[in-house]
Ligand binder design. Structure first.
Ligand SMILES: [Mg+2]
Length: 427
């Protein structure tokens, strides 16, 4: 049986021994119980890479000069290979260890059964106790989906609900710096066509944040949206004072201005400020999102398949928030083309993503996918129409950045920023 037809049968749950499918417009139409799988995972390969940024990423309490990701390739017995990516959080070594620890739950499994694999990892593998393993599971999950799409001859957007939008909007990322430098970065983003901007704020002197935001708004003009992210660094009193001063600059969202661990405090701040709040550090999994909603702690919520393990978990998150009447945005720990596009398919097929999403594309000097830097147009990425995630690895680039990781990967981790908040211990 051709693999395409076999994959269609598998997707539709056809038991080859008993099914009596018919074709309608070339598509197999059946209603049959679950059958035998047609694909098996036979191996997982992991490749850590380090890719430099154009400019240092700097936020309230850290900085880094590039990002580290672990690319994975999942091989199947039918010769279809799937691509996945795990941002190296909290480190590449931990992601690689997590992959080695949980690959036994994927080897031998049918890659169509992503829910089963996630349950095996979470429950049998006890990973539901340990969120730090989520990026590794997310990489396996997206590689399985890449295989599913390739086996079906369909871009993932068609398997996630079909396109609601043809492209996905992203933020232009402005790291912390002087007001003049941040204004220059904003002007470059505006010249490149971005319509939504994201600036890192949150420092010891709140007045400096006001100067930074003023410089950015002056550079981009009145039209584009401007989001600020303090990464939990303000006290509630400081957040109230700074957000009041920022109101003239038309802030779209204040992302995680205070600790994400205290939802009651977020709710109190939300009741007293006129700036809409976006929950990020408070919102790692779908269970966190439910708590944010119950506490009335935010006006919008970050969701992420990398932090919650699977693409369908991100779809669930968006559904929970949709039911609560709240929009969602995709957050990012720092992703290259494989993870960015994997999520873009799901974003394009899911209601609720009404605001620009976080990506690291504007910061990255290159990528490991064919074509290098991702082709943002007007701040948007077009959803690939090739089967699966729709990207291919550039082997030369992959080798170059794998070597960079081997010789200098330790230089690409987070470095502490002095004089920042929240308080960090002296070393
Ligand atoms: Mg954030």
């Amino acid at each position: 049986m051709p693999i395409f037809e076999a994959a269609q049968r598998r997707l539709l749950g056809v038991d080859d021994r008993t099914a009596a499918p018919h074709k309608f417009k070339g598509i197999l139409c059946v209603h049959m119980p679950w059958g035998e799988g047609v694909l098996r995972i036979i191996g997982i390969r992991s490749i850590p890479v380090a890719v430099p940024f154009h400019a240092e990423e700097r936020w309230a309490y850290g900085s880094r000069r590039g990002l580290v990701s672990v690319l994975i390739e999942i091989d199947t017995d039918e010769g279809i290979t799937g691509l996945g990516e795990a941002p190296a959080y909290p480190s590449a070594e931990i992601v690689l260890t997590a992959l080695r620890s949980i690959e036994r739950f994927a080897i031998g499994e049918d890659p169509f059964r992503t829910e089963r694999i996630a349950k095996l990892v979470d429950i049998v593998g006890t990973c539901h106790h340990v969120g730090v393993t989520s990026p590794a599971l997310a990489a396996i999950d997206m590689a399985c989906w890449d295989i599913v799409g390739k086996a079906c001859g369909q871009p993932l957007v068609n398997l996630f609900g079909g396109p609601l939008r043809e492209d996905v909007e992203y933020l232009h990322y402005i790291p912390q710096g002087t007001p003049a430098w941040m204004g220059e970065q904003a002007a470059q983003g505006a010249a490149a066509g971005f319509e939504s901007f994201y600036a890192k704020v949150g420092v010891a002197d709140p007045a400096a944040d006001v100067e930074r935001v003023a410089a950015i708004r002056e550079a981009i003009g009145a039209g584009p949206s401007l989001r600020v992210d303090a990464n939990e660094s303000w006290s509630t009193a400081a957040a109230l004072r700074v957000l009041r001063a920022l109101q003239p600059y038309d802030i779209e969202f204040a992302e995680q201005p205070v600790s994400g661990q205290n939802l009651a405090e977020m709710a109190r701040l939300r009741a007293r400020t006129g700036v809409p709040l976006l929950a990020d550090e408070a919102s790692r999994t779908r269970y966190d999102q439910l708590d944010v909603i119950r506490q009335g702690a935010a006006d919008a919520i970050s969701v992420d398949n990398v932090l919650d393990g699977t693409l369908l978990n991100m779809k669930r998150s968006a559904g929970i928030c949709e039911a609560a009447g709240l929009p969602v945005v995709k957050q990012s720990l720092g992703e290259l083309g494989v993870a960015t596009y994997a999520a873009a398919h799901l974003i394009a097929a899911t209601p609720g993503f009404r605001h620009a999403n976080q990506s690291y594309g504007p910061l990255l000097s290159d990528d490991v996918v064919e074509g290098g830097c991702l082709p943002y147009r007007g701040g948007r990425l077009r959803v690939p129409d090739r089967p699966g995630i729709g990207v291919r690895l550039d082997r030369d680039r992959l080798a170059r950045y794998a070597e960079l990781y081997q010789v200098a990967g330790h230089e690409y981790g987070c470095t502490e920023v002095a004089n920042s908040t929240p308080e960090v211990p002296d070393r």
